[in-house]
Design a protein around this ligand. Sequence first.
Ligand code: JCF
Length: 710
Amino acid sequence: MATKSTHDLAVDALSEDAAQLELARLGAEIAAANLAYHAKDAPDLSDADYDRLKQRNAAIEARFPALKRADSPSEMIGAPVGSGFGKIAHSIRMLSLENAFSDQDVFDFDERIHKFLGRDDAITFTAEPKIDGLSLSLRYEAGRLVQAATRGDGETGEDVTANVLTIPDIPRRIVGAPDVLEVRGEVYMSHADFAALNLKQGEQGEKPFANPRNAAAGSLRQLDPAITASRPLRHFAYAWGELSAPLGDTQKAAIGRLGDLGFQVNPLTVLCANAGDLLEHYRRIEAQRATLGYDIDGVVYKVNDLALQTRLGFRSTTPRWAIAHKFPAELAWTRLLAIDIQVGRTGALSPVARLQPVTVGGVVVSNATLHNEDYIAGRDAKGGPIRDGKDIRVGDWVQVYRAGDVIPKVADVDISKRNPDAQAFVFPQICQECDSPAVREDGDAVRRCTGGLICPAQAVERLKHFVSRAAFDIEGLGAKQIELFFNDADMPVKTPADIFTLASRDAQNHLKRLKNRDGFGDKSVSNLFAAIEAKRDIPLDRLIFALGFRHIGEQAAGLLARHYTTWSAFEAAASIAAPGNPQWQELITIGGVGDVMAGSLTMAMQNPAERRAIDALVAELRVQPVAPRAAANSPVAGLTLVFTGTLEKMSRAEAKARAEAMGAKVAGSVSAKTDLVIAGPGAGSKAKAAEALGIRIIDEDAWLALAGST
Ligand code: JCF
């Protein structure tokens, strides 16, 4: 392949295309060498060879300045610690899709869309197979592929440009495209290519891949693009990100345009006139599943009209205008060897099934979740029977299922094969990790350890959460290292604050310095301490998320941070908020924060033991304030709106979503806090109340003008 044939050519002899490939290859090779040197403590290149690579890169950049990469090694000092790939922030978020599992879910999807848009005529959809691979975003500028990124967490992905340049389905140059074009699609491996690759792996004494998806992922995420080039990867385009000009008026037309530009688009993409048609196409695709030659895990439905897609917009991470109708999960029967109880960071006791290993949909499963004690006993949350009331006992034959990437679950049990001596499972009422009582609150399906910070299992899980990717994300300090440090006799890390005193404790610990231990070296220790040091500056939203308050996830942490903006304001409010007082009132009027979140937040912030741990941590940090939600350029940003009467051009749901997207709050009733009332025909008491309070009232047309519509 080109990656092998160009790198001995003199720089003067390189064509522009060859030079682009060569820069990608050099970038990847230098990144790999940096990684080996800085992060793995194992340089695999002589200094002279390394310098030669850097010089060649610089020479090619000098000859083709326009080809200089955004992640050029000439601009880089060292490697991003611990990760071989550079990071790329997606200019437009890469979305995931909501799932549908039944025909009813599909009818509900169609009905939700009709309601939202306030329409009762049929809405046309596209339906296409859902490829089971890895999503990728390709960026073209002036017709040239300049960047390729994995999905990552949707906001930031890994730079895999050098590898993607070796995939034949993906054009390097396109003609007649918008100046900026981001193409989104899926990289996958066909069944035939997967079988051949595994055969080769076997012959070379390498481990075979579990399934085509893993093979595709392992092949794309290679630090050496020559390896990727030797792997038979394919690609389908199905969506787009940033565009300097629209691709068409409809989903179908836009995808057709991508096909015309030279991308592979799935031939089973069709238009469907209504939900019934969608289901018909789903069945057609399902019937072909085994003979398609590549893995699919469902069918994706999208509203065809792009203007309607725009009106429908997004929930936090998924579009309202699309859904993935999944195929039924794969099933297998196996023996239940044991039931273990795991204690999570909020104290929840989770029963885990240890299984005789069994292959389910191409993956070997030996653990599965049993949800909670009622599930094992054969009861649902309201005490009604599940599985006809059959309980699950150790030694039973159980049915395991796996849907997509989710944790395998135990679905059913075969009582006819039960050993007559089998005993019903007794769910522990005492936490086996700390001997504290484990209790169930009213209406909670989950039994929880009451030990809080004294429970070692909770403490470890909290620490793992604390260092996780969306929280402190400390390179070189993952779940494995947390386990090690937690149990370390000389340098224990029991609370988050302990992480930030590691370096100073190490310096005083003459006899047992970390660098002298097994598995550590000078370089890895100094890298670790540098990575910790770097996170003393932490944005408020990450800190709030990292503290792991029950019910407060990444999104709620962001809402809280953007509302209070500084740690001191947040801390002051959370320390005294109690139902009924002004601080509580302020907390629960933050859109997206309710009583439940406010309750768990104030409970933790007002608990002396928790506070000691939190205060000790914050004393080690420089918490970075977070800018309040961008309120700019919207005439209604920060205002509280009330809709009343009949809206004729927009449903209530759409009006509310639009207002919220513009930074307004939407309330159900008029009060002194209302800034603006939008009154349609038939507005009654609310409009009167607004008048009495002297609040501005506008009609639907004035609202549409504000909302930037016609
Ligand atoms: O085939 C897929 N895996 C697939 C994933 C297809 C799509 O049309 C998608 C997707 C993920 C997100 N569309 C979106 C918006």
